[in-house]
Design a protein around this ligand. Structure first.
Ligand code: SAH
Length: 456
């Protein structure tokens, strides 16, 4: 006989929230049944209304906090509850870091079956706000008004926004100004339903060290009315602008950027550096979005790689080669592999920009290229992997094991797949020495980790 859930939609329950889910919702048991409730803090007793019942869990809406936890704080952002971009602004920063560490510990224990692994406290930011160097904001039209902001959680309804506290105030200012100028100059925003209008998104990028700014206007076709005036006004208001680009995206798609860029003014790239490595960043370049913490993360990678200058290093899933180039100064030879051709083009350019000749980049799936490198006799001392959320393929991990590097430095944005892969490597003769989580995305539940594995 199928067991029935002990709750039903509409029911009001009072229960204790004991943990936090990956999406930031509080979680606890009611009559043995798992109930998720967004905006609750673990340790709180709450009253909540059940909104949806699934086979193994229910979702509830917070009504009252009966017993508030001392780590609850007032969220700074006025649209925090609607926006969905941040999930844990209502939790003190110190506690955010503890919750993230706990998530890593749980993943290692439950998924990896690895107990007693040294997991350090999360390296957080001194100032956990205004950290993003890239901002992408959709434009639209609501009740006769130009709006620009974020999509309400799980929808395509734009929440108009004056500022976003995790992006630089200069970027906020640029978005506000473009909203005003588009209104004044009669540049119509894009209407997603009818596939009409002009201005779809605005992207603003700022280099942390250089303060160079890039503004990208994404339009639904080649036509952009009164672009000269728009450019002129933006240049006057933002002397740090180095590049103003029109990106053309005429497709019915959720992908923000189209393929074609037209330079409206200035350069086609801006520059920034990570440590002392220079990077040129174009509208399409992937570049880590929290530059302050990227340096913290890469320093940790460098420490675990423990290079003396004689080593061969592989950077798998290298993106635009940032880790490869960061380690190149202390290596004899560095190889990077990445699946996106444009990223490898950037990586090669960035190696040239830094005068580094001993780095070799290849386009391809890491799980295909690494086994080939193994066959070709490449024997690295250190392998760094930084895969997407789904983690590494077994073929890739087998190739790593075959190459027998002394050290594997695993950078991960998903503790669950990190733990799974760490277990796999541990079964093949590697030991997880320690894990250092780094907070790349304060106010959200994302946690990045660097793990050091060594051969036995
Ligand atoms: N190390 C880089 C990027 C890490 S993000 C940095 O720190 O900036 C993960 C990267 O893996 C992305 O650039 C993605 O395009 C790439 N990727 C995804 N699947 C891949 C695969 N099968 N083989 C190689 N690269 C892959």
């Amino acid at each position: 006989m199928k067991e029935r859930a002990p709750v039903e939609a509409g029911q009001v329950i009072e229960y204790e929230v004991t943990g936090i889910a990956h999406n930031g919702a509080g979680v606890g048991k009611w009559d043995g049944f798992t109930v998720f409730v967004p905006f609750a803090v673990p340790g709180e007793k709450v009253r909540a209304r059940i909104v949806q019942v699934k086979k193994n869990y229910a979702l509830a809406q917070l009504m009252d906090i009966l017993d508030s936890h001392p780590d609850r704080i007032d969220p700074l952002c006025p649209i925090y509850m609607e926006c969905g971009g941040c999930q844990i602004q209502h939790v003190s920063y110190q506690r955010q870091l503890e919750l993230k560490r706990q998530q890593v510990v749980d993943s290692f224990e439950r998924i990896g079956g690895l107990k007693g692994v040294v997991i350090h406290p999360v390296l957080g930011m001194d100032e956990p706000w205004r950290y993003r160097n890239k901002v992408q904001v959709p434009f639209g039209w609501q009740k006769g008004k130009m709006v620009a902001g974020f999509y309400a959680s799980g929808t395509h309804e734009i929440i108009d926004m004056e500022q976003c506290l995790i992006q630089p105030s200069e970027s906020d200012k640029a978005i506000r100004m473009i909203k005003e100028l588009a209104h004044q100059l009669g540049i119509p925003p894009y209407d997603e339903k009818r596939h009409q209008g002009v201005l779809r998104h605005v992207m603003v990028r700022v280099g942390l060290h250089t303060q160079e700014m890039m503004i990208v206007l994404v339009t639904n076709g080649e036509h952009l009315p009164r672009k000269k005036e728009l450019v002129q006004q933006l240049r006057t208001a933002f002397p740090q602008v180095r590049s103003i680009i029109q990106n053309i995206n005429a497709k019915r798609t959720n992908v923000i950027l189209g393929e074609k860029n037209k330079k409206l003014w200035g350069d086609s790239v801006i520059h920034d550096r990570i440590g002392d490595v220079q990077f040129a960043i174009s509208p399409h370049s992937f570049f880590q979005v929290n530059p302050v913490q990227t340096e913290v993360l890469y320093e940790q990678v460098r420490k675990y790689a423990d290079l003396t200058g004689n080593e061969t290093v592989i950077d798998a899933y290298c993106g635009i080669g940032t880790i490869a180039l960061y380690l190149a100064k202390e290596s004899r030879k560095v190889y990077g592999v990445e699946i996106v051709p444009e990223a490898i083009r950037d990586a090669i350019r960035n190696a040239e920009l830094n005068g580094m000749k001993h780095v070799h980049f290849e386009v391809g799936a890491a799980e295909k290229v690494m086994p080939r490198w193994l066959k070709e006799g490449i024997r690295p001392d250190v392998v760094v992997v930084d895969p997407p959320r789904k983690g590494c393929q077994p073929e890739l991990l087998d190739a790593v094991v075959g190459m027998a590097p002394e050290r594997v430095v695993y950078v991960s944005c998903n503790p669950a797949t990190l733990a799974r892969d760490a277990r796999y490597l541990q079964e093949k003769g590697y030991i997880v020495q320690e894990v250092q989580p780094v907070d790349m995305f304060p106010q959200t539940m994302h946690v990045e980790c660097v793990a050091l594995l060594t051969s036995t």
